[in-house]
Design a protein. Structure first.
Length: 339
């Protein structure tokens, strides 16, 4: 080291950190030979804290303000006290700056469905998603437990660790929840508070304080959601017999356009009505807790006379018009006479 470099290094240093952007949690001030000058000025801005490390140990933590580093505050030796070491101080020091700003909009989600007991469905598999925010509250803990001596430590470096903690806690909360799946949407706020309370001491271990936690949605896997949609659809149908008649009435105009006309729907109509009666009786029996009665044998519908009878019933019930009935009757008569 030349005398010029030595003299230059004796000028009072100004240690400060201007954050260039988002995403950096910890930053080590770059110093020549890791040595801090006697009387150096340490500027810590609002939303920052600084950790002074001397001889490999955390000597002090500084909050916002202007601090002078001297023997009144820290046991730092100057080069002038180490002439016998050829101006190379054996006491190596570092200053690490930490951002204490809120880290907003951090996403979390359960990568795999969590199997839980449910009051309505027995056992179901649930997935949950949401957002959370946090900030550094104890830089000394964070330095010793997480960031260490790296030049920089970013939000992305911490993200995986925090996300795993969130998912683990959320899975336990879902597993212990007594609320059925259909009621969870109304209890997202209560569940969010429960998860936040459970995660607070876990985050504190690493010097991190959780600020907000939100469960945005709880859902079923796709295949289970389809099954639930089917069940909901069946419940919305209501009167199965009336629904069957409605479907039959809608099918008649389409059948008239096909080969064979309306005369060809007799057999399928009888089977459809019988099936509707069976499903209706089964639903009534399930609600009453009694076995369903065996359905009556369906009348023979494979003759022209039976087809005319079914068409007359549809006409009397208002399910087809007189013109549709006359056209279908003419087709049946042609089949009987061979004309």
């Amino acid at each position: 080291m030349g005398i010029g470099d030595f003299i230059k290094k004796q000028f009072i240093d100004v240690l400060q950190w201007n954050e260039d952007g988002d995403g950096v949690l910890a930053w080590r001030y770059p110093m020549q030979d890791f040595e801090i000058q006697y009387g150096a000025k340490l500027t810590v801005r609002e939303s920052q804290m600084a950790v002074f490390v001397n001889e490999g140990k955390v000597a002090d933590v500084f909050g916002p303000g202007l601090h002078t580093l001297n023997t009144n505050t820290l046991p730092v030796l100057t080069y002038l006290q180490n002439w016998d070491k050829l101006f190379e101080s054996p006491f190596k020091s570092d200053v690490y700056f930490f951002s204490t700003r809120l880290q907003l909009g951090r996403k979390w989600g359960t990568p795999q469905p969590v199997t839980v007991r449910d009051e309505d469905f027995g056992m179901v598999r649930l997935r949950a998603f949401g957002m959370y925010s946090y900030k550094l509250a104890d830089p000394k803990k964070f330095f010793t437990e997480i960031s260490g001596t790296r030049d920089t430590y970013s939000v992305d470096d911490l993200e995986m660790q925090l996300r795993n903690l969130v998912v683990s806690t959320m899975s336990s909360t879902l597993g212990n929840s007594a609320a059925p799946f259909l009621d969870m949407a109304a209890n997202l706020g209560v569940m969010s508070d429960a998860v936040k309370t459970a995660m607070t001491p876990v985050f504190e271990r690493y010097g991190v304080a959780i600020d907000n936690f939100a469960v945005e949605s709880i859902s079923l896997p796709e295949e289970l959601q389809k099954a639930l949609d089917t069940r909901i659809s069946m419940g919305m149908v209501g009167n199965m017999a009336a629904y069957t008649q409605y479907q039959t009435a809608n099918a008649i105009p389409l059948a008239a356009q096909n080969e064979g006309g309306l005369a060809g729907i007799g057999a399928s109509l009888g089977a459809g009505l019988t099936m509707g009666q069976v499903m209706t009786e089964a639903m009534r029996a399930a609600q009453a807790g009694t076995p369903a009665a065996a359905p009556a044998a369906a009348p023979a519908v494979d003759t022209p006379e039976a087809r005319l009878g079914k068409l007359k019933s549809l006409l009397d019930g208002g399910l087809i018009t007189q013109a549709d009935y006359d056209a279908a009757k003419a087709d049946v008569i042609k089949q009987i006479t061979g004309g």
